[in-house]
Design a protein around this ligand. Structure first.
Ligand code: COA
Length: 184
């Protein structure tokens, strides 16, 4: 089983971004990210309804991180500290040296390569420091933006599950992408 050390939160820095720990002051941004039908279009979980729910979500992320079940970063712009989204390893599968990555950003910051830059940073951290063997991502087949991000970061399509997820009265497809740690 893979052992990971999260006793000191891993702040990550890229050319344009700082990935830092999410905190309770981020609740308004988390609320926007998780309550917007546009942003959540391809993420099959119920929309967040209130700021309090967003706060509860942040607390749950903290608790799950203490239990080494996830690592979640706020994506912030280096130039002005503004939080533009979040990214993380939302599900750890330590017995398989594997984790599931996910991300979400505010639409006004899309198309600038920020998510690709952030994902590359957590891949490097996941492979070099955490010593993961593989990272997976589960995507709606219509989520072209997310698929582009994954392909730019070297993920490969491994499977297409048909109508495996029942949400809001519909059976949805899931595409699985993954990337192996090849020691680079
Ligand atoms: C998907 C998402 C993360 C992409 O973020 P982003 O900041 O646009 O990502 P990047 O700029 O790094 O790269 C996106 C690429 O896809 C392209 N793209 C985005 N949406 C597209 C679309 N609908 N059709 C075609 N291309 C699209 C962009 O032009 C860019 O390509 P380029 O590098 O060739 O210019 C963002 O739209 C988002 O947060 N969506 C809502 C949450 C979500 O769906 N998360 C993923 C769940 S698996």
């Amino acid at each position: 089983m893979l052992q990971i050390d999260l006793s000191v939160f891993p702040v990550l820095e890229t050319e344009r971004l700082i990935l830092r720990r999410l905190d309770i002051n981020d609740a308004p941004t988390v609320f926007t990210l998780r309550s917007s039908p546009e942003i959540m279009q391809y993420i099959p979980v119920p929309l967040t309804q209130t700021i309090e729910e967003a706060e509860t979500y942040i607390h749950s992320i903290d608790k799950r991180m203490e239990e080494k079940e996830c690592v979640n970063w706020a994506i912030t712009l280096k130039e002005n500290n503004v939080m533009i989204g979040n990214i993380g390893f939302y599900r750890m599968k330590l017995e398989h040296y594997r984790s599931e990555a996910g991300y979400s950003t505010l639409p006004e910051f899309n198309g600038k390569g920020y998510v690709t830059e952030a994902l590359q940073a957590i891949i490097n951290y996941g492979f070099s420091t955490m010593k993961l063997h593989s990272i997976e991502a589960l995507v709606d087949p219509d989520n072209i933006g997310s698929i582009k991000v994954l392909e730019k970061c070297g993920f490969e399509k491994e499977g297409h599950l048909k109508e495996n997820w029942f949400f809001n009265g519909k059976f949805l497809d899931t595409v699985i992408y993954s990337k192996l740690n090849k020691g680079v």
